[in-house]
Design a protein around this ligand. Structure first.
Ligand code: TYD
Length: 233
């Protein structure tokens, strides 16, 4: 089997969306369903995932780190991702597992590219270095308007503060214009990659949103299986 075939053995799904879009709930529901259907799932997150990635996450999201420069922030996101790809994601795909990642490079394009104004070419180059050919087969983008999303994110941050959990508000605390640029960047990414990115309206009920996500994941799994079946014959 060639390297390309090995990479294709698994399926790579990512979730994207503004803070407070309901990503965490929907990812959990999807993963439970995939496992019930018998798929071997690796759940990961950006920033986070691996133990080293979780240490990098603490630096990135700590509201006290006001001095973190935009370039340092960008490199830390990719450091985290390189570790995730090398330690978890690539081996899981090679083993034929379904990988579900809470965020990936689309987040960097939206937040560091559009949000912070860092050059998109640099982000693509860093992606090539950090991730190689490891990119999602399907991305679920949960689309929510900024006001609803931020209200949910701020409520969650207040709850974390009240229960002494680590403060993860550094990016949620950015100005409204920052979040507007992120939202516009996601809309542009959906237009640029319509075959990969599935936009789902996150304003629906939890059950409605889950049904929409499941229908696109199930469709992708069936075509992916066909490819594998063809190859294995
Ligand atoms: P996440 O843990 O998904 O938080 P939330 O549940 O609020 O969506 O993401 C943490 C934050 O990190 C989020 O505000 C988006 C930001 N982020 C970037 O700015 N760039 C990136 O490359 C990634 C992966 C996340």
């Amino acid at each position: 089997m060639s390297t390309t075939d090995l990479r294709r053995a698994g399926l790579f799904l990512s979730f994207e969306g503004m803070d407070g879009s309901g990503k965490t709930t929907q990812m959990r529901l999807l993963i439970e369903r995939l496992r019930r259907e018998g798929y071997d799932v690796l759940e990961t997150a950006e920033p986070g995932g691996t133990p080293i990635g979780r240490q990098i996450r603490r630096i990135l999201l700590d509201g006290a780190n006001r001095e973190l420069s935009s370039r340092a922030e960008l490199l830390l996101y990719f450091a985290c991702r390189a570790q995730n790809v090398d330690e978890w994601i690539r081996p899981a795909l090679e083993a034929g597992r379904v990988v579900v990642s809470d965020r990936y490079t689309d987040s960097t394009l939206a937040y560091q590219g559009a949000g912070r104004g860092l050059p998109v070419d640099t982000i693509h180059a860093l992606h090539g270095f950090a991730c190689g050919p490891t990119s999602p087969d399907l991305t679920i983008y949960l689309d929510i308007d900024r006001a609803t999303g931020l209200a949910r994110a701020h409520a969650r941050n207040a709850e974390r503060a009240a229960t002494d959990q680590p403060n993860e508000s550094r990016i949620d605390d950015e100005a409204a214009e920052f979040h507007d640029r992120v939202h516009a960047a996601y809309a542009a990414l959906c237009e640029q990659a319509p075959d990969r990115i599935q936009r789902v309206n996150a304003a629906g009920s939890v059950a409605e949103v889950h049904a929409a996500i499941w229908s696109s994941v199930a469709a992708r799994l069936s075509t992916h299986k066909m490819r594998r079946d063809t190859r294995d014959v």
